[in-house]
Design a protein around this ligand. Structure first.
Ligand SMILES: N[C@@H](CCC(=O)N[C@@H](CS)C(=O)NCC(=O)O)C(=O)O
Length: 228
């Protein structure tokens, strides 16, 4: 097994993608040094580790940077495959399907709720709320397909899609509070809403996911700074 020593994570408290990595490291029981980053004044370490995008998260293992959160989760799962439960499904078809929905969550759900945060007019905001609701409804379908009637996307316990979708929940809640909308509606998306409750109670989520109010505060500060 590869060394667990010398694992560093560059992240920010409100980055869903960094939270995803914290959850994966927790699932595998891996100790790491967490280095909170300032995304306004980026550190040399961040810029030299991720010179292409200069974004968090970056996992540095034995001095080597691993980039992009989905690739990082897969790296962790492969390097420590013998440690704790596997994160990705073993079956190739299920892996491919999980990767499809992971890309969907990051492309569509993330872009939609971030659009609420960045909306300038009420019309823009309403459009982004609609896009977010549509993405959540698609993910209800993904949950039905993946969970096979069980508690989590991955079945009886938390796995890849639970981390990938789960890391977006605190932002979804925060944007819901700001827009006055309940994105996880027990009427429209009952299974996803129940899963979100269940996921929030897991050790993995409790360890890594911040309170939604942290994002609300962050969003208000950013909006106030943009208005000045
Ligand atoms: N696709 C990337 C997204 C990472 C990302 O968007 N990171 C944001 C924070 S949530 C960031 O570092 N932004 C800084 C910037 O854009 O300059 C991943 O999955 O790792």
């Amino acid at each position: 097994m590869a060394s667990e020593a010398d694992l560093k994570l560059l992240g920010t408290a409100v980055s869903p993608f960094a939270v995803r990595i914290r959850m994966a490291l927790h699932m595998k029981g891996l100790p790491y040094e967490y280095l909170e980053q300032d995304l306004v004044n980026k550190s040399d370490l961040l810029v030299t580790s991720n010179p292409v995008y200069k974004k968090v998260p970056v996992l540095i293992h034995g001095g080597k940077p691993i980039l992009e959160s989905l690739a990082i989760v897969q790296y962790i799962d492969e390097v420590w495959s013998g440690k704790a439960l596997n994160i990705l499904p073993a079956d190739p078809y299920q892996r491919a399907t999980a990767r499809f929905w992971a890309a969907y969550a990051d492309d569509k759900l993330f872009a939609a709720y971030l659009g609420i945060f960045g909306a300038v007019t009420e019309v823009d905001r309403a459009e982004q709320v609609g896009e977010t609701l549509a993405a959540v409804e698609q993910l209800e379908g993904a949950f039905i397909q993946s969970s096979n009637g069980k508690a989590f996307f991955a079945g009886d316990s938390v796995g890849f899609l639970d981390l990938v979708v789960g890391c977006h929940l605190f932002w979804l809640e925060a944007m819901g509070k700001m827009a006055g909308v309940a994105f996880l509606d027990t009427g429209k998306t009952p299974l996803l809403a129940a899963w979100a409750e269940r996921f929030g109670e897991t050790e993995v989520a409790k360890e890594a996911v911040p309170d939604a109010d942290v994002v609300v505060e962050y969003a208000k500060k950013r909006q106030a700074a943009a208005a000045n």
